[in-house]
Design a protein around this ligand. Sequence first.
Ligand SMILES: [Mg+2]
Length: 329
Amino acid sequence: MDFSHKTILVIDDSIDSRTLICHILNQAGYDHILEADSARQAFDLLGIDRPEGDIDFGPRVDLILLDIVMPEMDGIATCIKLKATPQTADVPIIMVTADTKDVSLQNAFEQGAMDYVNKPINRVELCARVKSALLLKDEMDRRIELARELAAANKILQRTALTDGLTGIANRRYFDEFLKKEWRRCRREQQPITLCLVDIDFFKAYNDSYGHLQGDDCLKKVAAILAASVKRPGDLVARYGGEEFALILSETTEDGGCAVAHRIMREVAARNIPHENSTVSDRITLSFGVAMLTPMAATAVHDLITQADRALYEAKNMGRDRISCPCLK
Ligand SMILES: [Mg+2]
């Protein structure tokens, strides 16, 4: 791998040491080498500690070689500062030290230094450490990028797994999860939850007379009307089955649920979607089953579904194109 384009910063108070390190790195093919004779000069160069509002950051640095023994701010304090600064936190640091038994070296590792090289500088050692640090940094960057891509892909996957492919609204799986979650929340807060099951009347006959493509189109139109009818975060519109939809209305009484259902009925009627094979109308109509429960220890989610299902069955039995709800009796 070619690292000749990488930028290396050498921080050392000794001009001899600095010159030697730069010379060796130059010889090894590294073209971008920066020098600083103190922590202060390095910070200036990197744009660290600039006055607030000054967003002119210094050059991007890929590796820092840092002398431990320096007047004023030593290598350890400098290392701490670099690791605490967002723009240099991920830049690998190799400590340069004359005494490898020095406790300050251990300290440097604890503060995030990646490696060290001995003084007097040995060419082979220096080049090997620099190269492996750059390799490691490269690998780390690649993994971070990969993790980022994976997270983005997962998000899309998750969205796809919870969405109905045809209508774009929530699918049955998401409905089940959402209802359970809202059920728990409403139980904690002792709030009612209303479930509305919706069926397109004589949809099989619609498919038979207009074909499946137009059937799909009809499902999309109805789904869009349903989706537009609820807006609160605790509400959900989902495709429940083939031509069946479900509305979860949290913290809503059955009166509220019926009001929403009436609004949807009017909206669908206004869309005037022809249905020549329906026996209740010459247009697309819907049947609604509305049920409400305030979750308690003795009740379960399926009680609510059963009640709404029963109400829907009743609406169909009574001739369709209507809302069935205990509150309407
Ligand atoms: Mg020194």
